[in-house]
Design a protein around this ligand. Structure first.
Ligand SMILES: *[C@@H]1O[C@H](CO)[C@@H](O)[C@H](O)[C@H]1NC(C)=O
Ligand SMILES: *[C@@H]1O[C@H](CO)[C@@H](O)[C@H](O)[C@H]1NC(C)=O
Ligand SMILES: *[C@@H]1O[C@H](CO)[C@@H](O)[C@H](O)[C@H]1NC(C)=O
Ligand SMILES: [Zn+2]
Length: 386
């Protein structure tokens, strides 16, 4: 049997012939494999909660590439896919992205005139998944050590990260570096904003609209509360790195009909933190709503703030690799869900501006560039050690 690799512990180089790899021209078979892998992934609907089929397909694809595949059951019908060459999942570097998508499903399309590929997940994040796998397989062919890199594809990223949180509490060991894949337009991300989500719930008292003084309008109270929050949002913490903290009132719902004083109402709000911590922000929100809360309680109603999870502050990400444009982004990722002291990188093909839209699409060329960039990034995580 031919030894698969030589691992040079003293220098930290994971490759027998790194130079040869870097000089190797990109060959069309790898591109065909990339596009067909990407297509297969996008064609399988995998809206969060329904990742079973894409997970099964991906696991068998990775097995067909002679990788060891572990399925990590997150709940009864959904699993993360962990893959690595050889015997050990205890690798230095982890390369990861997510296999769930937002709704609704849009079918795969390839426009052969423009070379634009569209479809749900084509960008977020199956573009990253496909490019990461092909980059990894290319590096294996160039004698990557079996103990160097593993792949992890998680469920549930789009709705709070249950897949990555599960992995974090069952991870085989700690990693030196983790490369995350999300649409970054082929740039290296130096950090992303934090998040805090919450719901304001108001309980009032129903009455005939001709006699409003007999009731307590939950709608009036929610509108007052939102007015306070819109004033507060002009004064939220900011930073030069991330810009302004923003507050989105994403959903407001209340009452039953025009001729009824609204008995209940609620609003869902997401804050993207550019500075400070969720704790500080919670304090500011509680203070801003205190007056409204006291008044509605005096009238016999109730105002509650329900925090959705802990939230997290802005996430600084390593971007100390040369040869990349560097940016910060405003969206959340699974990065804070994987605990540990590892270095963290965030990179992926396609733009967040089309992800989650009905025109989610990217150019085939962006996928191809991403393969080369993931190869570079993976190599860089080993240079780190030397
Ligand atoms: C498959 O991987 C094993 C190590 O897990 C290796 O010994 C074997 O040579 C590989 N087979 C092929 C066909 O690459
Ligand atoms: C494909 O792209 C070309 C060039 O951008 C465009 O003119 C054409 O309408 C597209 N075809 C389809 C089916 O969308
Ligand atoms: C941040 O907010 C201030 C004040 O509301 C505004 O003038 C400025 O343009 C905002 N900056 C960015 C980057 O949006
Ligand atoms: Zn994503």
């Amino acid at each position: 049997m031919i030894p698969r690799s030589i691992f040079l512990f003293c220098t930290g180089l994971a490759f027998a012939s790194e130079q040869a790899l870097l000089q190797a021209p990109h060959n069309p078979p790898s591109s065909r494999e990339l596009l067909s892998l990407h297509r297969s992934l996008v064609e399988i609907q995998s809206i969060t909660g329904n990742e079973h089929e894409v997970g099964k397909w991906l696991a068998s694809y990775l097995e067909s590439k002679n990788l060891t595949v572990e399925l990590q059951q997150v709940d009864s019908n959904r699993f993360n896919v962990l893959a690595y060459p050889g015997e050990t999942s205890k690798t230095q570097t982890l390369v990861t992205s997510h296999i769930d998508t937002v709704p609704p499903f849009w079918p795969y399309r390839y426009n052969h005139t423009s070379n634009i590929i569209s479809g749900r997940g084509s960008v977020d994040a199956k573009g990253s998944v496909a490019a990461q796998i092909i980059a990894f397989l290319n590096l294996l062919k160039a004698n990557l050590s079996p103990s160097a890199v593993s792949l992890l594809f998680v469920v549930g990223e789009e709705t709070g990260g249950d897949g990555m949180r599960y992995f974090s509490s069952h991870a085989p060991h700690t990693y030196d570096s983790v490369i995350f894949g999300e649409p970054t337009e082929g740039k290296l991300v130096c950090g992303h904003k934090g998040i805090l989500s919450f719901t304001i719930k108001v309980q009032g008292k129903a009455a005939h609209s001709g006699y409003p003084y007999l009731g307590v309008s939950a709608n009036d109270v929610v509108i007052e509360a939102l007015d306070k929050l819109m004033k507060l949002r002009e004064h939220l913490p900011w930073s030069t790195k991330y810009g302004n903290t923003t507050m989105n009132i994403g959903r407001v719902d209340g009452g039953v009909a025009a001729n009824v004083v609204a008995e209940s109402a609620e609003a869902n709000i997401a804050v993207r933190l550019a500075a400070g911590t969720p704790k500080v922000l919670k304090g500011m929100i509680v203070d801003a709503l205190q007056g409204v809360k006291t008044r509605v309680e005096e009238l016999g109603g109730r105002l509650e703030i329900k925090w959705e999870g802990e939230g997290y502050p802005p996430v600084d990400i390593d971007c100390d690799v040369n040869g990349f444009d560097k940016i910060t982004v405003n969206y959340g990722t699974d990065i804070p869900n994987l605990h540990g002291t590892h270095k963290r990188y965030l990179y992926g093909p396609g733009s967040i501006f089309v992800a989650h839209s009905d025109h989610e699409a990217l150019k085939a060329e962006e996928l191809e560039n991403a393969v080369r960039d993931y190869e570079k990034l993976i190599l860089a995580t080993f240079k780190e050690q030397s």
